[in-house]
Design a protein around this ligand. Sequence first.
Ligand SMILES: Cc1cc2nc3c(=O)[nH]c(=O)nc-3n(C[C@H](O)[C@H](O)[C@H](O)COP(=O)(O)OP(=O)(O)OC[C@H]3O[C@@H](n4cnc5c(N)ncnc54)[C@H](O)[C@@H]3O)c2cc1C
Length: 463
Amino acid sequence: MTAPTENAVLADLRAALPAEAVVTDPAALGARSQDGSATPPTGAALALVQPATTAEVSAVLRTAHAHGVPVVPQGALSGLAGGANAVPGAVLLSTARMTEIRRIDPVDQVAVVQPGVITRDLVDAVAARGLFYPPDPASYGISTIGGNIATNAGGMRCVKYGVTRDFVRALEVVLADGTVIRTAPGTVKAVAGLDLTGLVVGSEGTLAVVTEATLGLLPAPGPDRGVCATFGSVADALDAANALVASAHRPSTLELLDDVVLAALAAYDPDAGLPVGARAMLLVITDEPGDRGAQDVATYAAVAREHGAVGVDEAHDPERLHALMRARRAFNQAMRAVRGGSINEDVAVPRTRLPDLLERLADISAQVGLPIGTGGHVGDGNLHPVIAFDPADPAQVTAAAEAHSRILGLAVELGGTVTGEHGIGTEKRGALVGELGERVLAIQRGIKQVLDPTGVLNPGKKL
Ligand SMILES: Cc1cc2nc3c(=O)[nH]c(=O)nc-3n(C[C@H](O)[C@H](O)[C@H](O)COP(=O)(O)OP(=O)(O)OC[C@H]3O[C@@H](n4cnc5c(N)ncnc54)[C@H](O)[C@@H]3O)c2cc1C
């Protein structure tokens, strides 16, 4: 039976939103209660609301604030840290229906968008105007811009262009009490006041709900050209990757896949066209136009060979490269298919510590007796060790949890972070104090207190 407070909350939500925008059907709530991580929600939600306007988002937050009900902002639920998971009695606030691209301006070089725009739709829309939005998480075909901003998503092109944060010029956000604010004017330069835009980026829905974003754009790059190189050892591949980053020919994409991942991908999609049998693979892409791109490809091939590559495929054809990238994007699903369950880590370390990281990951895999396939954004020092396990086997579940905890500790020990791009969510909260320390964590919780004094926004996440 619904409690009196819950009835009052639902009545207020129904008064504020169109009827179809408030959902209480348990099956529909269940389907929207967990993101792409293996972390289950901590409780059942009260309702799912799907506003279409900033005013509706504001009304939802005013209602929740008045009743002291938690609100969980949600995008496409492709997150990998439990950040958008339901918490007990929560209103799930999906911004996925806010899909308007409001402005693309070639002179100001901005796009103004609602948060529910799918990342790839934005990339395609600005490309049609000769412009470029570089952030491209591997999930860009499903993730939303709001989710990307709230997680400060990275992706394949960060090695050259940076992460989502580097392209967010200004935000319209709704605060916990329903107040709507703009964080900055959206100009290229703006240094008045503190950087509220930067604070909201990466805050995982704990400080405010993003309702509009002004995103910086670049002129369109040249065509993708590149090299797919295979190596007889991961150490050789890492040496080659670091030599490439240190050279004057900075790639736009520099991805690593180890042998466990290559085998998983070959089993998952035998037609993927990735090399089979190598110990490691590097995918190195340039998007420089004209002769510069051709010179880059020649340099990448030469550097790979100097560092012991056993196979070097110079892929000048963008279609072939895009096919390799599509295969690379299936990495998480392929690793999950190995044993039915997976924990996707997201550690980042200084690039000079990558050899230590890979060596110690192999030790952890052997010690816990589970496959750990590692790949990802080697050019950023940000790799995704994925632990494969059988969720029906309690011993494997325990071993996977042990591996998870050891990998997080290892990242911090090597001078890195437990999360380079996926976020803390609920999954890595326990590791936060080990990385930040008590004092810094207290400062961050103090900032949350200022913006959300009653703690209704995404409680139990991030901090
Ligand atoms: C196959 C696959 C590949 C991936 N590859 C990458 C990758 O390369 N790089 C990367 O960074 N991530 C990657 N991810 C993770 C994920 O796609 C990103 O974290 C993405 O940014 C989440 O977007 P979303 O719309 O799905 O957000 P959700 O998962 O719905 O939410 C993520 C977080 O954002 C908050 N949030 C969502 N919308 C709003 C809003 N409007 N206002 C405030 N807070 C909000 C939620 O509360 C939650 O904390 C991958 C995931 C998958 C499944």
